[in-house]
Design a binder for this molecule. Structure first.
Ligand SMILES: *Cc1c(COP(=O)(O)O)cnc(C)c1O
Length: 470
């Protein structure tokens, strides 16, 4: 067992480990190559009786844990959405852990509450979110969307559901492409998954506003109570952007809460040329995006903004005697802005990132990634063995391998095998989705330290596995 005074003795062991990891990261297979149960089998079945040395733990870190890691910070990680980090973020996180404060109310660490307030203002103003809105850091977008739906529920039921339970006929609308966390939020909030109405999308995967409006009307006629709409700014499958401008009008006409899920694509709002995505936001009610996805800040850190913080607090406030302080009402007690009581000092790593990058550094990095993504798609487009199925938007596009004389089913199967071969090699990591019946491969160029040559290298990898397959 170590003491605080041992920190000096061991700190180099840990920081050297991290340095080595960063130096070697590009040599590791991107996706872990282990089989199910392999790591579990190497870990003793019982807690050790006697304490072990840190050296012994670190040795197992290298031998047991590392082979079972998928390297999300590898520049050839192009799967899912990026969950990027940065050196600045890591340093901020280390200091947060060093102090390990519980930042539930202002008094339990005033700096945490006030830095969080400022960081949310910095991002709000740099992203074009209305200046009267206020923000709070949540752990994940899933939690933020749950918070939005619970708040909408309370507004619609005159703040009675918190006390009396939830009526069974409150309806929420989102497109068929909306993230599964919204359906989960329906279950957890008591509204019920069957009360989530999934609206169809057009060929660009964007919500059909006419269908939204007719579903709301049908619900009203059938005695249901329309409650909220969730708009996706950047769906998880294909980064589709719902037409917010038109949807806010529907929300206002029918008096519905409008929540915007921009978990991934929200970061693009630091670039003024993408502000069109949130045109109409001043008529919406809440907005979430994840700095822990594309804003160089390690998990977890989700930024949730609301038009009316009073409503949010009224929904979540609960005040046992032991949390009453004389400063209440004059300061932000963020435990009342979400689900958990205990809260990590997440604003600190964000402060490190935002100050060290500066707005220009953020913009430069995002624009580079967007440009290289476009370059890669352009190269693939000139190659007749590839088809761009979803054209580049931000740092994302979808493609598939094509071959003459094959049916659609055969092509789906071919692309599945193609993706599996690439991922199994460890050279790069990509993921897939389906657009209608079509199996497509998604490309995301979002790791913090990805460079042009990595993207060029991805093209070589795609070529290599194509020739080994056909
Ligand atoms: C990633 C993602 C989420 C879920 O984010 P978590 O922070 O992991 O909960 C929700 N919505 C969209 C559009 C996403 O891309």
């Amino acid at each position: 067992m170590l003491y605080r005074s041992d920190f000096k003795k061991y700190k180099a062991l840990i920081t050297d480990w991290i340095s080595r990891y960063y130096d070697q990261i590009e040599d590791f297979p991107v996706r872990s190559q282990v089989e199910p149960g392999e790591i579990y089998g190497k870990i003793p079945a019982a807690l050790p009786q006697k304490g072990e040395s840190l050296e012994a733990v670190l040795k197992d870190m290298d031998e047991i844990i590392l082979p079972g890691m998928t390297h999300w910070q590898h520049p050839n990680f192009h799967a899912y959405f990026a969950a990027n980090s940065s050196v600045e973020s890591l340093f901020g996180e280390m200091l947060t852990s060093a102090m390990s404060a519980q930042c539930m109310i202002w008094a339990t660490s005033p700096a945490a509450a006030e830095l969080e307030e400022r960081m949310m203002e910095w991002m709000r103003d740099a992203m074009g979110i209305p200046s009267e809105w206020e923000g709070v850091i949540q752990d994940t977008a899933s939690s933020a969307s749950l918070v939005a739906i619970i708040t909408a529920r309370e507004v619609k039921t005159g703040f009675r559901s918190n006390f009396d339970g939830v009526p069974g006929n409150l309806r929420v609308y989102c497109s068929t492409e909306t993230h599964s966390s919204v359906e989960k939020a329906m279950a957890i909030s008591g509204l019920g998954r069957n009360n989530l109405v999934k609206i169809g999308v057009d060929s660009a995967q964007q919500m059909l506003v006419s269908e939204l409006e007719s579903s709301i009307k049908a619900d009203l006629e059938g005695g249901n109570v329309p409650c909220a709409i969730v708009v996706a700014i950047g769906t998880t499958g294909t980064l589709a952007v719902d037409p917010l401008r038109e949807i806010v009008d529907v929300a206002r006409n029918y008096d519905l809460w409008l929540h915007i899920d921009a978990a991934y694509a929200g970061t693009a709002l630091f670039l003024p040329e993408y502000r069109w995505m949130i045109e109409g936001i001043e008529l919406a009610d809440s907005f979430v995006f994840n700095p822990h996805k594309w804003l160089f800040t390690n998990f977890d850190c989700s930024a949730y903004f609301v038009k009316d913080a009073e409503i949010l607090i009224r929904t979540f406030e609960i005040l046992p005697e032991y949390l009453k302080t004389p400063k209440r009402g004059k300061v932000n007690d963020y435990k009342d802005w979400g689900i958990a009581l205990g809260r990590r000092f997440r604003a600190l790593k964000l402060w490190f990132v935002l100050r060290s990058f500066g707005l220009e550094g953020i913009q430069h990095t995002l624009r580079n990634q967007i440009e290289w993504t476009l370059d890669l798609a352009t190269i693939l487009k000139q190659d007749s063995s590839f088809e761009i199925v979803r054209k580049p938007f931000l740092n994302f596009f979808c493609f598939r391998l094509v071959a003459e004389g094959k049916t659609e089913d055969e092509l789906n199967h071919l692309n599945e095998r193609y993706l599996q071969a690439i991922n199994a090699s460890g050279d790069a990591y990509l993921s897939h989705t389906r657009i209608g019946p079509t199996y497509v491969i998604r490309v995301v160029v979002g790791q913090t330290y990805v460079k042009k040559h990595h993207v060029n290298n991805l093209y070589r990898i795609l070529q290599k596995f194509k020739s080994s397959l056909i």
